[in-house]
Design a protein around this ligand. Structure first.
Ligand code: NAD
Ligand code: UDX
Length: 480
């Protein structure tokens, strides 16, 4: 029986390995992590992440050919194929801080492999890493090899949160990069045969190592760039009376452009886009490609602009002050169908409103009060560096309350900000919400989920990203 070990039981390691175990009953899969609480949760009925469809997959294979364990050494030593799926956050200190990827976790995983391995291994980069990381890892492994042979493969993951199981069951493609040597090609074939159990062969792409590593950064940069492009257009739509949804539809029907990933929003979030573009920028700068670096920098600048623009719009519409006013925040996760808040635009929007002394009441169906308080008291980039976790600031706690439903959040509020596109927000009883709010009652839709016309008929003053402005808002100009 082939044995797989995956180091890192997070958003990628957990679901990916569960699907491999489900689709390959003859493979034994062990997912290991240094976090005891996470492994306990993976072994319980309350999995550590919320992902539609994940519970069913885990339940089908856990204890049969899927195991979650903290015995990192044993499972590495027994495995034929080792996936490394640890976090690779942005460095917060030292050389490249604020841009470069922090490979501390990766390096310690690689050193652990070197320390405990007693047989030849295929080591698979599942984490998103800077191009050429495989070379560094190879050096760590071969300098400590004790005669053991290692083949390094790059197999970046393209799943998106909220649709991870669907993406893993039916991926657009699986990418495997490896050395173009006989042993390298053999290792590629071995990994290909795992995916071939359920992915059609023509969707399994093989490349050299550096192309696979770079393709992952490039894919995320291109995806984020589309969002910044449509968000930049949304500002122009508001200024001119065009409607961004109509513009998206009109340009998306051009088959060269395509309709996906053109939804204007309050900004993109998530653990990947910003981190990976910053990483790409750093690599460009290290290679003297400053023009290329500044091109990609703009994608992040526009995203920050979009979040600021939203906050400014809220404050300026409400007579230029939100001081002491209750604002309901509907949705805190970075997108629907996940409880993940890493880099969620809600953090910046909430911090912006708190900066203007608003009182916030936050509702999200999947995010806990503790997580929200923690997010609002952390510094930029600290979220993925547990050692830097700060205690929750008492000031944040006082100005932010947590609501169990949208109606509690909006009671006596002056304004409502919709920051995640949860389906339940589309069917809210806005008549009821209007009745219990202060007047004038404002809705600021950062995700284009509400029916603007219907809400205006109820009596709300509505701002929706990239949509023709309410006459009220036209009279309240926003500072750029
Ligand atoms: P995560 O933080 O959810 O999980 C990483 C896990 O690795 C953590 O549980 C951590 O405790 C563990 N870990 C760290 N060092 C370890 C070590 N030495 N030994 C054992 N366990 C260790 O991160 P994630 O979201 O799963 O992302 C993992 C990687 O995949 C990152 O490089 C990320 O960029 C990439 N990625 C993420 C997504 C996504 O949607 N989240 C998608 C594609 C790629
Ligand atoms: C992303 C990539 O899509 C995935 O391939 C990669 O493996 C990890 O990073 P993820 O961050 O989980 O996945 O979610 P994604 O669906 O890409 O959304 C990212 C952010 O962009 C979210 O905040 C989302 O709301 C926002 N978004 C997405 C928009 O604002 N508009 C869109 O049209 C699409």
């Amino acid at each position: 029986m082939v044995k797989i070990c995956c180091i890192g039981a997070g958003y990628v390691g957990g679901p990916t390995m569960a699907v491999i175990a489900l689709k390959c009953p003859t493979i034994e899969v062990a997912v290991v992590d240094i976090s005891v609480s996470k492994i306990l949760a993976w072994n319980s009925d309350q999995l550590p992440i919320y992902e539609p469809g994940l519970d069913e997959v885990v339940k089908q294979c856990r204890g049969k050919n899927l195991f979650f364990s903290t015995d990192v050494e044993r499972h590495i030593s027994e495995a034929d194929i080792i996936f490394v799926s640890v976090n690779t956050p942005t460095k917060t200190r030292g050389l490249g801080a604020g841009k470069a990827a922090d490979l501390t976790y990766w390096e310690s995983a690689a050193r652990m492999i070197a320390d405990v391995s007693k047989s030849d291994k295929i080591v698979v980069e599942k984490s998103t890493v800077p191009v050429k990381t495989a070379e560094a890892i190879e050096k760590i492994l071969t300098h400590n090899s004790k005669g053991i042979k290692y083949e390094i493969l790059s197999n970046p993951e393209f799943l998106a949160e909220g649709t991870a199981i669907r993406d893993l069951f039916n991926p657009d493609r699986v990418l495997i990069g490896g050395r173009e040597t006989p042993d390298g090609l053999k290792a590629i074939q071995a990994l290909k045969s795992v995916y071939a159990q359920w992915v059609p062969e023509e969707r399994i792409l093989t490349t050299n190592l550096w192309s696979a590593e770079l393709s992952k950064l490039a894919a995320n940069a291109f995806l984020a760039q589309r969002i910044s492009s449509i968000n930049a257009m949304s500002a122009l739509c508001e200024a001119t009376g065009a409607d961004v949804s109509q513009v998206s539809h009109a340009i998306g029907t051009d088959t060269r452009i395509g309709p996906k990933f053109l939804n204007a929003s309050v900004g993109f979030g998530g653990s990947c886009f910003q981190k990976d573009i910053l990483n790409l920028i750093y690599i460009c700068e290290c290679n003297g490609l400053n023009e290329v670096a500044s091109y990609w920098k703009q994608v992040i600048k526009v995203n920050d602009y979009q979040k600021n623009r939203f906050v400014n719009r809220v404050v300026s519409s409400m007579f230029n002050t939100v001081s002491g006013k209750k604002i309901a925040i509907l949705g805190f996760a970075f997108k629907k169908d996940t409880g993940d808040t890493r880099e969620t635009p809600a953090i910046d929007v909430c911090k912006g409103l708190l900066g203007d002394k608003a009182k916030l009441s936050v509702y999200d169906p999947q995010v806990t009060e503790d997580q929200i308080q923690r997010d609002l008291s952390m510094s930029k980039f600290d979220w993925d560096h547990p050692v830097h976790l700060q205690p929750v600031s008492p000031t944040a706690a006082k100005e932010v309350s947590f609501a169990w439903d949208p109606y509690e959040a909006t009671k006596d509020a002056h304004g409502v900000c919709i920051l995640t596109e949860w389906d339940e927000f589309k069917t809210l009883d806005f008549q009821r919400i209007f009745k219990q709010m202060q007047k004038p009652a404002f809705v600021f839709d950062g995700r284009n989920v509400v029916d603007v016309q219907k809400l205006r008929e109820i009596g709300f003053i509505v701002y929706s990203i990239g949509k023709p402005l309410d006459p009220w808002l036209k009279d309240m100009p926003v500072m750029a």
